[in-house]
Design a protein around this ligand. Sequence first.
Ligand code: DGT
Ligand code: CA
Length: 591
Amino acid sequence: MGKEMTSFSAVTKETVIKILEEIAVLLELSGENPFKSRAYQNAARNLEKLDIDFINLVKEKKLSEVKGIGEAINKKIEELVETGKLAYLESLRSSIPSGHMEMLKIAGLGSKKIHALYEQLGIKTVGELEYACHENRLVELQGFGKKTQDNILAGIEKLKLYSQRRLYAEAATDARALFSMLTDNKDVSRVSLAGSLRRSAETVKDIDIVASSAAAERLAGYFASLPQVAGVSAKGITKVSVTLQTGINADLRIVADQEFPHALLHFTGSKEHNTALRGRAKDRGLKINEYGLWRGEENIVCQSEEEIFSHLNLPYIPPELRENMGEMEAAEKGNLPVLVNEKDIRGIFHVHTNFSDGAHTLESMVGAARKMGMQYIGISDHSQSAYYAGGLKREEIEKQHNIIDELNKNNAPFYIFKGIESDILTDGSLDYTDDILRSFDFVIAAIHSGFNMPEEEMTQRIKKALQNEYTTMLAHPTGRLLLAREPYVVNIAEIIDMAALYGKVLELNANPQRLDLDWRNCIYARKRRVKIAINPDAHSTTGLADISFGIKIARKGWLAAGDCLNCLSLDEMKKYLSSKKNNKSEVLYEH
Ligand code: DGT
Ligand code: CA
């Protein structure tokens, strides 16, 4: 979020929610009564759940009618919506060292500890904290100690590493904006994204764009002065490097039009793929680089990447696969998969509602999935042990199932499957008794606690859950949060092998912060013929759209439509799930 509050019209519900959340964090950091901070968090949650036109409500001074928003917070929201500013936020921000927000990103360091470090050692920034650790200042500090100090140092190292990269989804938003500004410019002949973004990597260092133009100098000037550019670090007629206001760097390469496919191929990479391509060219008496393709002195003119590949006796290799993970060999043998795409998706699993921690009703989620053209949806709220997420008790499950039965009558032929995201308890068992588990069409087993087990124990725990006859699929198999939390230590190959043996599905969680199963492991899962479910893990109607990030990663993991569970049509899915339910003995011998 930018530091400046913008004009009246720019204040949306999302902005208000973000600001309430920021106030909650700032209050924690200031060492205030936790009660106060929680009130802001709750207000933010309540606003998220609000389906009606919230801004109008504020303008009509009717916000106090909304449950869970007290008088003081109500006043602040009014000020924010009316003036575009909030004095309280500004004074809070200025009372807390700005480095404290960044320090919150260090694993294991919460607001209480940050406050204590400030009070006792005057630490304001990550850099000062690192220095204090190296000086052993935390060893004797009350509430800290040698072990905590070591953990903080390790966390700082991670943070440094993480801060050099961005989530795909964030960078893609910026990249799309740049791309459309370039396509609108008449000095541009051809333009494409390149680099890791074009290869759909889960995180990226920067935005790479390649454009061809007959007016390179003018185009360079145009790019450098785009409104989203905050700084220019290099500006020539072949390359312009800028930093955007969001903090991400972007490189534009400008080439003559005949060089375009060569530059695009080169700057799409990966570096490892390029190296392998060069080797292949050399073996055929050719030379390839970012400027062109040659046989001796003869320049071989190519109009497109396809043509370059064809001169190397290869079919077109989609950018997602260009990682030197066997794509060259597969292409040569004609074994490249036809990668799954958006149009292949028939339904969506792993969807939360306001029965647990989702923001919207069952009806709203169904409506949103229908609008996306889906044939079915699989509802899976949290299970009883996930009390922090409002996990469902027996009565709530019954109530939800009754509503689903009604909705199924009214929405046919669209279909709603009854499911649950069941916690995998520490001993590997599921969260309900068999009679309850039996009442679902599908069960997603998931780890939400006890992350810090040794590898062997964690692997056994998950394998046990996969052997459970009621488990349909395993959610977010490694628990990672990209650029924030490492995966739990688990032998993922053993998990995939177990899923293959028992005919279980693995989730590719499409939340841009997860993208878990990792695409590298999707390649292995495909080899073992384990089906992958591309699941948005949606907690709101807009969250359903996250499925597109999962599709990109599925493609990167070599998956074809036939490898993805939710590419099955409704009829096929009904048959699939009921066969898993009724004919369990067969499951063992499926592969
Ligand atoms: P990133 O930025 O770390 O997310 O990943 P990339 O792949 O976008 O890497 P980047 O931006 O450093 O370079 C873009 C592409 O340019 C890269 O994928 C391949 C090409 N490239 C860069 N440096 C080299 C190199 O030293 N050798 C070769 N063969 N290609 C290179
Ligand atoms: Ca890059």
